[in-house]
Design a protein around this ligand. Structure first.
Ligand code: GAR
Length: 208
């Protein structure tokens, strides 16, 4: 059996994505361990969730830095001393530039079908508001390798759900979040099993 994939999980909010990963690790459906987490804000629920799970939470407030470069450097100093196999962005709302050796070792989840409804300012309820407003018939969730830009990079898993006539941003958000709880651990498990390879911008699957 392959060893556990060593993760760092970065968040900026409630940490429900982090909590879901912790639960999948505990139940054995995700062969990984979270070595540390990082919050870009103080006083948010994600920090408590990490601490309750016995995982260190490093706090690097984005507001203390005047550029994403200096913010990223601070994070990368910590990363150099505490290396991991994979950085998992879990509702991380600040632009972060990872060091070159982490290329294709940073993943993100976005609550829509990228390249639609993503990018700067497109997070949380803003995404679902825009989906309802636009009249699209499908939305969904995307897990992708992060590309040093918001919500960009080769797509690992992507799944659609219908947008129904009586949907509101809240009901769409609920069904997308349900999908996210399945999709993110599944994508990370594929990485832990070394089942992926990247061909240009396309992620392909090796046979088991
Ligand atoms: C998740 O729905 C995730 O897809 C989204 O933020 C939420 C985090 O929830 N990410 C983005 O919008 C990235 N652009 P959480 O803070 O409760 O884990």
């Amino acid at each position: 059996m392959m060893g556990k994939l060593k993760l760092a999980v970065f968040f900026s909010g409630g940490g429900s994505t982090l909590q879901n990963l912790i639960e999948h690790i505990h139940s054995g459906s995700l062969n990984a361990e979270i070595l540390w987490t990082l919050s870009s804000r103080t006083g948010i629920a994600g920090i408590e969730r990490a601490e309750e799970a016995g995982v260190p939470a490093i706090i690097v407030p984005r507001k203390d830095f005047d550029s994403h470069q200096s913010f990223s450097e601070k994070i990368n100093d910590h990363l150099a001393d505490h290396p991991v196999d994979l950085i998992v962005l879990a509702g991380f709302m600040s632009l972060y530039h990872y060091p070159p050796e982490y290329n294709r070792r940073v993943v993100n989840i976005h609550p829509a079908l990228i390249p639609a409804f993503c990018g700067l300012g497109m997070y949380g309820h803003h995404v679902h508001d825009a989906v309802i407003e636009s009249g699209v018939k499908v939305t969904g969730s995307t897990v992708h390798f992060a590309d040093n830009e918001y919500d960009r990079g080769p797509i690992i898993l992507q799944e659609a759900i219908p947008v129904l006539d009586d949907d509101t941003p809240e009901t769409v958000a609920e069904r997308v979040q349900e999908l996210e709880r399945k999709l993110y651990p599944a994508a990370i498990q594929l990485i832990s099993e070394d089942r992926l390879w990247i061909d240009g911008n396309r992620v392909k699957f090796k046979s088991p």
